[in-house]
Write a protein that binds this ligand. Structure first.
Ligand code: C5P
Length: 211
C-alpha cells in the first residue's frame, strides 16, 4: 500500500507524513532527502549529479539519512543544499535514477511517501494521494519557525525553489487529477493529521471490502 503526500516546500508534508506513518504503522519515505543527498554528494565530489544519482549509496533510517554510511541528516538541510537539490531535481537523468530507486523501495510493504511527484509519477497507483498546500507566507512562517531563521529570507528562498519546481520541464510540481487537495493555511497540525488519517482509513477499508 502506498499513500502519496505531495506539495510545495513548507506545506507540512514531512511532519504530516511522519505522523501518519506512525499512526498507520507504515514506513515513511522522504523522497526530498534523496534529491538533497544527490546535491550534497555531487557538490562534495565536484561530480556530475547524474553520475552521482546513478550510484547513490543512500540509507534512510527513520530520522537519519546516511550517505555511504556517513550521517548527513543535518548537512542536507542547509539553505545551500535546498537550492542545489531543486537544481539537480530538474535534471531528467537524476529524476529517472531517483524514481527507479523509489519504485523499488515502494514495491514491498506499506508506505507513506512524500515529495513532489509521488502521486503523478512514482506511484500513480497509490491508494490515496494528498496534495498539501498553504499560502506562501504561511509556509515561509512555519519553515522559519522550524529553522529558527528570518521569515523574509525564507520566503525569498522558497519563492525561487517553488518557481523552479513548478516550471521545470520534467515532472513539475502539480497535483494529480485524482488527489485530494488540502489547503492547510488555516488548519492546525493535529487537524491535518486527523483529516488525512481519516481519508487513509476510508481508502484502506474500501480496498479490503473490495477484495
Ligand atoms: O521536500 P524537500 O524540500 O526536501 O525537497 C528538496 C527538493 O527536491 C525540492 O525543492 C524539489 O526540487 C526536489 N524534489 C523533487 N521531487 C520529489 C522530492 C523533492 O523534485 N519527489
Amino acid at each position: 500500500v502506498v499513500i502519496a503526500i505531495d506539495g510545495p516546500a513548507g506545506a507540512g508534508k514531512s511532519s504530516i507524513a511522519r505522523a501518519l506513518a506512525l499512526e498507520l504503522g507504515f514506513t515513511y519515505l522522504d523522497s526530498g532527502a534523496m534529491y538533497r543527498a544527490v546535491a550534497l554528494d555531487a557538490r562534495e565530489r565536484e561530480a556530475d549529479p547524474a553520475a552521482v544519482a546513478a550510484q547513490l549509496r543512500i540509507t534512510l533510517d527513520g530520522e537519519r539519512v546516511l550517505l555511504d554510511g556517513r550521517e548527513v541528516s543535518a548537512a542536507i538541510r542547509s539553505p545551500e543544499i535546498s537550492q542545489a537539490a531543486s537544481r539537480v531535481a530538474a535534471d531528467p537523468r537524476v529524476r529517472a535514477a531517483m524514481v527507479a530507486l523509489q519504485r523499488r523501495m515502494l514495491a514491498t510493504g506499506d508506505w507513506v511517501a512524500e515529495g513532489r511527484d509521488i502521486g503523478t509519477v512514482v506511484a500513480p497507483e497509490a491508494e490515496l494521494k494528498v496534495f498539501l498546500t498553504a499560502s506562501p507566507a504561511e509556509r515561509a512562517r512555519r519553515r522559519a519557525a522550524d529553522l529558527g531563521a528570518d521569515p523574509g529570507t525564507v520566503l525569498a528562498e522558497q519563492t525561487i525553489r517553488d518557481q523552479r519546481d513548478l516550471t521545470r520541464a520534467h515532472s513539475p510540481l502539480q497535483a494529480a487529477p485524482d488527489s485530494v487537495v488540502l489547503d492547510t493555511t488555516e488548519l492546525g497540525f493535529e487537524e491535518v493529521v486527523r483529516r488525512v488519517a481519516e481519508l487513509a482509513r476510508e481508502r484502506l477499508r474500501g480496498r479490503s471490502g473490495a477484495t
